[in-house]
Design a protein around this ligand. Structure first.
Ligand SMILES: C[S@@+](CC[C@H](N)C(=O)[O-])C[C@H]1O[C@@H](n2cnc3c(N)ncnc32)[C@H](O)[C@@H]1O
Length: 214
C-alpha cells in the first residue's frame, strides 16, 4: 500500500510539473474543488509578508501560482498599489476573486488564468513572487522561466521565492536544487530561514548586473 501511495504521489508531482497545461489545470481544479487545499486559506502572519512589504515599495506585484488569494488579501493593504495573480486553476481564482471583494481590494487586485511556464503581460513589477509554487516548474526550466520574468521587473525590482526546503531536518532534493540554481545565477539580496518541522525559506534576488567591460 505504501509503495502504491508513493508511486501515485510521484506521478501526480510529475504531471503537475511536466504535463500539458490542460491536464494540470484539470488536476488543480479537482483538488481545489474537492477541498484538498482548504487548509492554506488562512496564512496571516506568514514569513513571506515582511519580505514583500520591504520590496514591494508600495508598487506592483506579480504573484505566480497565486492560489486562493492569500497574498492578495492578507498582505498589508498599504504595502502595494497594484497586484496581478496568475494561476492555472479557475477554482482557486474563483476563491481569490471572492476574497478580494470581501476585503474591498477589487480596485487593485487583478487575476488571470494561465500557466506560469509561459504567461505574458505588458506590465512591469517591483516584485515577481513564487510563493509555494516554484515546485511546479521543471528543474531544467528554472533558469529560462526566471529569465523570462526578469523582463517584467522594474529597475530595482526583485524576485521573491518562498519554499519548504526541509522536512523533519532532511533537505528536499528539488527545492534545494532550485535554490542552488538561483544562488548560482542571480544576485541574492536576502535569504530568510524559518525553522520548524517544515523549514520554510524565503529568498530575495535579482538578475546579475552585467560588469562593464574596460
Ligand atoms: C500550494 S499552492 C500555493 C498558493 C499560494 N501561492 C499560497 O502560497 O498561498 C500552489 C499553486 O500554484 C498553482 N500552480 C501550479 N502549477 C501552476 C502553473 N503551471 N501555472 C500557474 N499556476 C500553477 C496551483 O494551482 C496552486 O494554486
Amino acid at each position: 500500500m505504501y509503495i502504491v501511495t508513493r508511486a501515485l504521489t510521484f506521478i501526480r508531482g510529475f504531471v503537475m510539473s511536466y504535463g500539458p497545461s490542460s491536464i494540470k489545470r484539470r488536476l488543480w481544479d479537482k483538488e481545489f474543488s474537492g477541498g484538498k487545499w482548504n487548509f492554506i486559506d488562512n496564512t496571516v502572519g506568514d514569513c513571506v509578508y515582511p519580505h514583500l512589504e520591504k520590496y514591494a515599495r508600495n508598487g506592483s506585484i506579480l504573484d505566480l501560482g497565486c492560489g486562493p488569494g492569500n497574498t492578495a488579501t492578507e498582505l498589508s493593504d498599504a504595502a502595494y498599489r497594484n497586484y496581478i495573480g496568475v494561476d492555472i486553476s479557475e477554482e482557486a481564482l474563483g476563491k481569490a476573486a471572492k476574497r478580494t471583494e470581501a476585503t474591498g481590494r477589487t480596485h487593485k487586485n487583478r487575476f488571470a488564468q494561465g500557466d506560469f511556464l509561459n504567461y505574458q503581460t505588458a506590465d512591469q513589477f517591483d516584485v515577481v513572487l513564487f510563493r509555494e509554487s516554484m515546485y511546479h516548474v521543471p528543474l531544467g526550466k528554472i533558469k529560462p522561466v526566471l529569465k523570462h520574468y526578469s523582463e517584467y521587473l522594474k529597475d530595482g525590482g526583485v524576485f521573491i521565492v518562498r519554499m519548504y526546503l526541509a522536512m523533519n531536518g532532511k533537505n528536499k532534493f528539488r527545492p534545494t536544487k532550485m535554490v542552488q540554481i538561483i544562488e548560482n545565477n542571480f544576485d541574492v539580496l536576502e535569504k530568510g530561514e524559518y525553522g520548524g518541522k517544515r523549514a520554510a525559506t524565503v529568498i530575495v534576488f535579482r538578475p546579475k548586473v552585467a560588469k562593464a567591460s574596460r
